[in-house]
Design a protein around this ligand. Sequence first.
Ligand code: G
Ligand code: MN
Length: 246
Amino acid sequence: MYYQPQFNLKTKRITGAEALIRWHCPERGLILPAEFIPLAENTSLIFAKGNWLLNDVCRQIIYWQEHNFPVIPISINLSSKQFSHPDLAKDILSSLTHYHIQPNLLKLELTESLLVQNIEITIEQFKALKSAGIGIAIDDFGTGYASLGYLQRFPFDTLKIDRCFIENIHHNAKNAAITNAIINMAKQLHFEVVAEGVETSAERDFLLAHGCELIQGYLISKPLPTKQFRKFFYQKLKRVLKLTRN
Ligand code: G
Ligand code: MN
């Protein structure tokens, strides 16, 4: 598992992280989830993987807690098979109970294309997860086939703007218009809004000027293995403490 920080541009602090699975294949090197998750989904492997991933993240949260490291909410991405599984809410809640983890330390990310399938079955499960205190984010917002009606019916807390709209936002008038509309809508609906795939300081400055304080992307950091992630966290924290002292 790798962890990519989410960063608040106003407070200059890391406010969370997204857990991202990576496969180091002895023959082919690093393989990204876009390639191996669809393969796993076509077999029943994904159920095993989904539970492994959740439990691995839980163990990591516990490890950080036990070692007095700052604990921040961790987001995980749900796959389509996991999403439509009738025991989804039960399995997630029982993992949290098993590891004694506060539900507000976990966030679930769902892509729009997941929502379009099985909406009626899953809406109840997500209401249960949300009322337990787990955060729910809509991922890659703007690229799938979901209608705005999903925003009204589904219990989201966070909206993540897809990186295709963030790219070159300071030069691309269409991207700027779409992103501004998403930011404004998210604010009025009282969702937290996160810009994904921020790669340049010009993109960052544009987002901050237009009211989007939370960002994720290579400008802040690539996804990191756990030890490097923690090191990075402390480096950022040191910098904030220095700034506030001066
Ligand atoms: O769909 P989702 O947002 O979960 O995708 C996360 C993926 O995006 C990860 O594989 C991660 O490595 C990649 N990613 C994260 N930040 C950036 C970025 O700034 N630029 C690009 N091109 N990819 C990114
Ligand atoms: Mn995601």
